[in-house]
Design a protein around this ligand. Structure first.
Ligand code: SAM
Length: 377
């Protein structure tokens, strides 16, 4: 059973994921958050200028603010759900957010940081990029504590850290997690080039920042969707979970008079879509939204929602975001509007879509994927 009661080293909090009401029983923190907090308390850490990077739903920033409500924190996250989740948890626990500043993963952090707490992200190219960005701002000698599941920590992770920031070593295992301590060496590293590739037959060139889904090549589900785009006239289109924007870019080619809304939880994905839309010189209109599903789409009433839903969030395998995407699509679509989805066959999205839309047609299928089409009646 999921608990929302966080209890660690005498700190008691109530923590929820974002959004609070969701079709999952996942917890808002994990043992690697507790390990970092235990490490700080045992080392009697003073409330110095601290950066927190990849704090899933704010457990770390809430805990440090609970210890000292003047603890100066800068928070870096690429995920809107993480930002909104942290703000919700601070507010629910009546914690003071006055000394907390937020940054996305493209902005450089301030130069006065004295301590960094970081959770190891799943995407290791993104992790290396985060370390390289830190190397631009951290003076020599600043300690960076990186926590992760013990099974995710190996020699190559330690090598990535040493190569991109400074010498590193890992603690003993506690609750199946370890904390790596790295001391910044004060040397500035080159930042990575964005990865680019072509979809030659469509004349599209795609640029991807490090934390964007399918950064190195076209996703095979997206490829199947490109081969099976909906027929018809559409004017207001949403690319929901746009990643690098590939589905919305194709929609802009097929429906050049449409207004296309690119939406993603990842700020880098939204920015990659913006760069790609502009570089491919398309005629349609485009609007870009860093958002949790369609929470803040305002009064836009799409007649088409294109969606290749995610089936994990960080380390967790989950279909709750697909659920939320289908529900939001239904809520926002104009009557007669269409939801057009690609999914792995075994995920059985048709069951969910039929429950919400009361109709669902399989437009195409192969041995791995299905294309599903539902109409808002
Ligand atoms: C399977 S990828 C599809 C990307 C792109 N549309 C494609 O077909 O290659 C799913 C996308 O959903 C995004 N995503 C995950 N959670 C989200 C949320 N709560 N709201 C909006 N987008 C989300 C991910 O960042 C990712 O870019």
């Amino acid at each position: 059973m999921t608990t929302s009661q966080f209890s660690c080293q005498g700190i008691e909090l109530t923590l929820f994921r974002y959004p609070k009401k969701q079709e999952s029983n996942l917890q808002a923190w994990d043992a690697s958050d507790e390990h970092l907090i235990k490490h700080l308390i045992e080392n009697q850490q003073k409330p110095v200028n601290t950066a927190i990077i990849n704090d899933s739903f704010g457990a770390l920033q809430c805990a440090l603010t609970a210890i000292n409500d003047h603890w100066p924190l800068v928070i870096e996250t690429d995920a809107k759900t993480s930002l909104l989740g942290a703000q919700q948890n601070l507010s629910d626990n009546h914690l003071n957010a006055k000394y907390i500043e937020y940054f996305n993963s493209r902005e450089l952090l301030p130069r006065n940081i004295q301590l960094v707490l970081m959770k190891l992200p799943k995407n290791l190219s993104y992790f290396a990029h985060q370390l390289q960005r830190l190397s631009h701002v951290l003076p020599q000698g600043v300690e960076v504590l990186i926590s992760a599941k013990a099974k995710s920590i190996n020699k190559s992770i330690i090598d990535v850290i040493s190569k991109n920031l400074g010498p590193a070593s890992a603690s003993l295992t506690w609750k199946k997690t370890r904390v790596i301590s790295c001391i910044a060496d004060g040397l500035t590293r080159a930042l990575p080039q964005d990865v680019s590739w072509e979809v030659a037959e469509l004349g599209l060139s795609i640029n991807n920042m490090t934390n964007v889904f399918a950064a190195n090549k076209l996703d095979i589900g997206a490829r199947f969707m490109l081969d099976n785009m909906p027929q018809g006239q559409y004017h207001t289109i949403v690319d929901l979970g746009c990643g690098n924007g590939i589905l919305g870019l194709r929609a802009a080619q097929l429906y050049p008079n449409a207004n296309i809304h690119f939406v993603d939880d990842s700020e880098m994905a939204v920015e990659s879509s913006r760069v790609n839309f502009s570089a491919n010189k398309l005629n349609a209109k485009a609007t870009f939204h860093w958002d949790d599903c369609l929470t803040n789409l305002g009064d836009v009433e799409p007649d088409l929602v294109l969606c290749n839903p995610p089936f994990h969030q960080g380390e967790a395998i989950t279909d709750h975001i697909a659920w939320q995407m289908f529900l939001d699509a239904y809520r926002k679509l104009a009557t007669g509007g269409v939801l057009h989805v690609v999914g792995n066959r075994h995920l059985e999205y048709h069951v969910k879509i039929k429950r919400i839309f009361k109709n669902c047609t399989t437009i195409a299928s192969n041995d791995k994927f299905v294309i599903l089409h539902a109409i808002k009646q």
